[in-house]
Design a protein around this ligand. Sequence first.
Ligand SMILES: Nc1nc2c(c(=O)[nH]1)N[C@H]1C(S)=C(S)[C@@H](COP(=O)(O)O)O[C@H]1N2
Ligand SMILES: [Mo]
Length: 204
Amino acid sequence: MLRKLGRRQNIRQDRSGLEVPPGQYVTEKFPVLTFGPTPEIDTATWRFQVSGLVEKELTLDWEAFTGLPRVTVNAPFHCVTQWSRLENTWEGVAFTEVMKLIAPKADARFVLAHCSGGYTTNLPLEVAIDDDVLFAYKHDGEPITPEHGGPLRLVVPKRYGWKSAKWVNGLEFMAEDKPGFWEARGYHMNGDYWEEERFWDGLG
Ligand SMILES: Nc1nc2c(c(=O)[nH]1)N[C@H]1C(S)=C(S)[C@@H](COP(=O)(O)O)O[C@H]1N2
Ligand SMILES: [Mo]
């Protein structure tokens, strides 16, 4: 089924009417996509660190982080390798909730998510500060397994999956955009799946 809606061209729908972005196929499975090994994380020593262009650096331990108000978000997950898992329920702490504890400096316009193991990914602040962006500790009612980013992962429903940083443990606020792990290896800086922003051709 095809229809046109603003800049979203050629939206297909799956059998239950959920939207499928161009070039994606639907799976009920939840594949694991990780570069490198799954890090071992002990929540007793885990810390979440906020750095860069902020008025005051901030560190939260597991208890403090998971003591923040919780949200539930239903959202699709679209991987740039073309699989889409359309129905996911995530539970955790809203990005906007964490922002209440942070005073970014006036020139902070981008954020880099940091992860145990060294993975990073970049987002404009206006994309990160959205109602459906969260730090999730549960997926479909269960604690997120280590392979899927447990104990805590970022979830950015409006971008390809590589922006949903697994084992997230910090945010760095920046004035200029800076490529993360995959962005430095050819993936698109923005990664909007409706625009099929998969790879970066260097021409913008
Ligand atoms: N820390 C970290 N986060 C990561 C990755 C990774 O390799 N390391 N892979 C990304 C990619 S490419 C995708 S598609 C999703 C996959 O999440 P999943 O393994 O839970 O399906 O995680 C993203 N987050
Ligand atoms: Mo991916």
